[in-house]
Design a protein around this ligand. Structure first.
Ligand SMILES: Cc1cc2nc3c(=O)[nH]c(=O)nc-3n(C[C@H](O)[C@H](O)[C@H](O)COP(=O)(O)OP(=O)(O)OC[C@H]3O[C@@H](n4cnc5c(N)ncnc54)[C@H](O)[C@@H]3O)c2cc1C
Length: 419
C-alpha cells in the first residue's frame, strides 16, 4: 500500500490526514489486534519508519505527534513496552529484511512481548565482559549461561539476548545479538524480590536453550553495535509514560487498558523510583511545613532542577525530530533524573522526618514516601549507572581522555573474570 504523506508534510497536514483516516476506520467495537493490523497497513504504526515496515517515511517528530493524536481522537496506538521501545528500533536498524518482516509486526500489534537479557552476575556496567555463550549447532544456536535483573522476563515471549560466540577475539568483537524465544525448556525464569517488596526483575538461567539460526540481529560477532543502539534507546525511554486512553466503552479500548494495566503492574513503583517531585508541595502542605523557610528553599531548588531537566529533554527531542539519533545527550538526561530523584527523596525526608520510614495506614502520603526512599537507588543503576553515564559524557561529549581499559585489546579467553 502507498501512502500520501511525504517528507514535506507538516504537522497540520499529518493531523488532518490521520483524523480523516481514523474517522473512516476506527470503531470502538473492533478487536485491538485487528485495529493495530490496520494501523500497520496504513503506515500509522511508526510513521517515521519506511513504508515497507509499517511507516510512512516521515520525519522523527511525526511518531510522537501521531501517537498523541490517536489518543486525542479516542483511539489506540502501538503497545507500550520494551518490545516497541527497544527491540523494534534495534531490529529495524540492524536486522535483516527477513527478521524485520517476521519480528516487527507482532511487536507492533502487541502479539509478542519482549524483555532484555543483557546483564549477568559478572557483567553489568562492563556488559561487554559477558560470558553467556552461544554455539552454532546445525540449524540453531545453543545457549548456556545466566542473566540477571531482567525486567518482565517472567511474562515475555521473546528476548533481546547478547551472548558470546567467539572467545578468541577482544571482548567487544565476539558478541552476537539474538532474538531468543522465551517459551522453551532451556529457559528458566526466577523472580527476585526487592527491598521495596515488589518483584519486577528476574534471574534467567539458560541451559541448552535453542535459537533458530537466522535469529541473529546484525552480523555474527557484531552484536555490540546493536546492543549500543538498544542502550541508547533505553536511556531515552527511562521515563515510562502510560498512555491516557479514553475511558469510553468499546472492545479495543478495554483491551488496550487491560494491556497497559498488565504492563505497568511491573512498573508500579517506577514513579517512586523517580522520587515523586510532583508530590513535594502537597506533602509539605499536608505536613504543615510549607511555610518553613528551609523547606521552601529545598522545594524551590528541586523544582528548578526538574524544570531545567525538562527543558534539556525538550532540546534533545527537537534534535531527534530534526533527524539526529539518540546519543550522549541521553546520558545527561539520565544523570539529571538520578540527581532529581535523590534530591526529591531528601526533600520528602526533610518534610516527614522519622515518619518517612513508616508504611501503612497514617504514614506520610499513604506509604509513598517510604517507597520513594527504598526505590530511588534503582534510578541511578537501571540502564547504566551514574558513574557510567559520567564516563560517557566525559569521553564522548567533553573529549576527555578515556579511562584505562586493560582488557580491551586481548582475546576474551585471556581476560581474568569474576565468577
Ligand atoms: C530498575 C532496574 C531495572 C533493570 N532492568 C534490566 C533489564 O531489563 N535487563 C537487564 O539486562 N538488566 C537490567 N538491569 C540491570 C542493570 O543494567 C545493571 O544493574 C547495571 O548495568 C549495573 O550493573 P551491576 O548491577 O552489575 O553493577 P556493577 O557494574 O557491578 O557496578 C557496581 C558499582 O561500580 C561502579 N562502576 C562499575 N564500573 C565502573 C567504571 N568503569 N567506572 C566507574 N565506576 C564503575 C558502578 O557505577 C556501581 O556503582 C536493571 C537494573 C535496575 C536497577
Amino acid at each position: 500500500m502507498t501512502h500520501q504523506a511525504t517528507d514535506a508534510a507538516g504537522p497540520d497536514q499529518i493531523r488532518a490526514e490521520l483524523t480523516e483516516w481514523v474517522q473512516q476506520h476506527w470503531s470502538p467495537d473492533i478487536a485491538l489486534r485487528d485495529w493495530r493490523e490496520q494501523l500497520l497497513q496504513a503506515g500509522w504504526a511508526v510513521p517515521s519508519w519506511p513504508q515497507r515496515w509499517h511507516g510512512r517515511g516521515l520525519p522523527g517528530w511525526a511518531d510522537e505527534l501521531v501517537a498523541s493524536e490517536l489518543i486525542r481522537l479516542g483511539a489506540v496506538g502501538v503497545p507500550v513496552g520494551s518490545g516497541t521501545w527497544l527491540a523494534a528500533p534495534t531490529i529495524l536498524a540492524h536486522g535483516s529484511d527477513e527478521l524485520r518482516d517476521r519480528l516487527l509486526a507482532p511487536i507492533l500489534t502487541g502479539e509478542q512481548t519482549w524483555c532484555q537479557l543483557f546483564s549477568e552476575p559478572g557483567a553489568g556496567s562492563d556488559l561487554a565482559g559477558l560470558s553467556t555463550s552461544a554455539v552454532l549447532d546445525g540449524d540453531s544456536w545453543v545457549v548456556n549461561g545466566q542473566k540477571v535483573w531482567n525486567t518482565s522476563a517472567h511474562h515475555a515471549d521473546m528476548a533481546m539476548l547478547v551472548a558470546r560466540t567467539d572467545w578468541s577475539v577482544p571482548k567487544h568483537q565476539g558478541i552476537t545479538y539474538f532474538a531468543l524465544p522465551m517459551h522453551q525448556p532451556g529457559v528458566e525464569v526466577r523472580q527476585l524480590r526487592q527491598m521495596n517488596f515488589h518483584a519486577s526483575f528476574n534471574e534467567v538461567f539458560l541451559t541448552e536453550a535453542r535459537i533458530p539460526r537466522d535469529n541473529v540481529i546484525g552480523e555474527v560477532g557484531q552484536g555490540w553495535k546493536a546492543a549500543l543502539t538498544t542502550l541508547a534507546y533505553e536511556r531515552r525511554f527511562s521515563a515510562l509514560r502510560r498512555p491516557s486512553y479514553s475511558p469510553a466503552p468499546g472492545r479495543a479500548l478495554a483491551e488496550a487498558r487491560a494491556e497497559a494495566d498488565d504492563h505497568f503492574a511491573t512498573y508500579s513503583w517506577y514513579p517512586q523510583r523517580a522520587g515523586r517531585p510532583d508530590l513535594v508541595i502537597e506533602h509539605a502542605r499536608s505536613a504543615g511545613v510549607a511555610g518553613d523557610p528551609l523547606v521552601r528553599q529545598a522545594i524551590a531548588r528541586l523544582i528548578t532542577m526538574q524544570r531545567a531537566s525538562e527543558w534539556t529533554a525538550e532540546r534533545a527531542r527537537a534534535a531527534r525530530a530534526a533527524g539526529a539519533r539518540p546519543g550522549a545527550e541521553g546520558s545527561i538526561g539520565k544523570l539529571a533524573a538520578s540527581n532529581i530523584a535523590r534530591e526529591s527523596a531528601k526533600v520528602h525526608s526533610m518534610i516527614a522526618a522519622a515518619g518517612a520510614l513508616i508504611t501503612g495506614p497514617g504514614s506520610p502520603l499513604h506509604g509513598i514516601v517510604a517507597e520513594v526512599l527504598m526505590s530511588v537507588p534503582g534510578q541511578s543503576i537501571a540502564g547504566g549507572t551514574d558513574e557510567i553515564q559520567k564516563n560517557i559524557v566525559a569521553e564522548k561529549m567533553l573529549g576527555l581522555p578515556p579511562e584505562i581499559r586493560v582488557d580491551r585489546d586481548v582475546p576474551f579467553s585471556q581476560v581474568r573474570r569474576r565468577g
